[in-house]
Design a protein around this ligand. Sequence first.
Ligand code: TNX
Length: 506
Amino acid sequence: MPRLVTDPDGTLTLPARLGVSGPDEWVDRLCRILPPGTGCLAFPQADGFIRLGRIDGEAGSYRLVISDDIEINAADDEGLVNAVASLRQLMPDWVHGPAPLPGAALEVPRLGIQDAPVHRWRGMHLDVARHHVPLDFLYRFVDLLFLHKFNQFHLHLTDDQGWRFESLKWPRLTTVGASRDGTLFPDWETHDGVPHGGYYTQDQLRALVAYAGDRGINIIPEVDIPGHVRAVLAAYPELGDGTGEAGVAPGFGVFTEVLHLDDKAVGFIEDIFEEICGVFDSPVIHIGGDECPKDQWRANPAARRLAEARGLDHVDQLQSWLTGHLRDFLAARGRRIVGWDEILDDGAVDTDTIVMSWRSAEPGQRAAAAGHDVVMAAYDPLYFDYYQSDSPDEPRGMDSLHTWQAVAEFDPLVGVADQARILGVQGQLWSEYLVDTKRVEYMMFPRAAALAQLAWCGPTSAAELEPVLRRHLSRLDGAAVNYRPLGGPHPWQRGGDGRYRRVAGN
Ligand code: TNX
């Protein structure tokens, strides 16, 4: 919902050849990102049908005036992108599909909008490690984020079940670590015997980064260390302590296998983040840091010696030592780090480290009080791999209930003294059960649309949002998104009584 909008006064039909004037860079950019799906050809022209200009205003703010032609004034690049996203929302629903509807007019209402986002960080996360998605889906994901004015795409590239980032220095990460023999849901006795895998080359990701950047979306790469590394250890067992289970994990959960943080493993980590910096231009890099059991370190005299040599009081602090080390390593390359909230558990880390609060909002509140910038990603309700209703028809997901209504009404600022520390909010799509892209879309929507509203405007009551959401779902129909209808799943979206049946627990 925009901040201010005037009542529509008739409609304007856009010409098929759309002249655009204004600052060169903005004209070129609009010509790339406005037309897809519309059938329009946009081109630079003096005194164009669409005129672009700069105004003073908050970050991301814009004004859009549609009368006999179109005027867009924006405070910055992000404001321009937001204005284009709004203009596309005002177009017929079919523009969100792959090709224009033959013979249909490209009409928009004549109105004025004045708008700015409440939150600076409007994020969606996607786990491509548990289940790899084809590269073209990452482009669709970016398009859907653009439609909803998200500006952060957190790409979870590595985990126990697979490594998805091409490394030129450590090639076995993809020749070995990018595939597993099968997938094992917790209630199964053995894995399904269906090999699963895939990865993205560095050039594929560079192109994706540029495409997303054009649409105002920063891609934050996550390499999850020092836990969640079964795929790393499958490729390079010498980076662990030699105990524990071998191989890329077919099952899910928290594994005891972690990196043995000697100089070799630290060198490995540095190499990977160096390569990550060469591919992703994000000012913020995600180092994971969640769910790292300390049992292997505690049991290993060599780990205890490492801790001592690094001046630590306890072997558990190897994790905060690593966080601090990466903070310096990446700061030297002009990047800030972000990590899951456990990075604060074993000791303080530099306050320029961003904290992603997932176990609840509470670690984020604590981190903000300690001077960290925080992204609220509280699993309840912002994990979208959880169920959307109590119906037995829901396809298999994580155990409890996270509705779109709860997302819309979630207030990330409650209990936070210094609210400027809260950068914003982010929804998570962990993919243990999101085995294909239709399932990703089903779990993503409508919750990600409710999150977009939260991120842009702050909390909104479900009653107020519902009619807006219903209208918005027709845009998702235009894009043929496999969203969950508000009344419950389509027959073909149900869990059935086979492998995707709803089960209690995860
Ligand atoms: C917790 S959140 C995890 C993930 C799982 C997720 C499932 C986090 C930082 N760790 O590894 O996929 O729960 O909902």
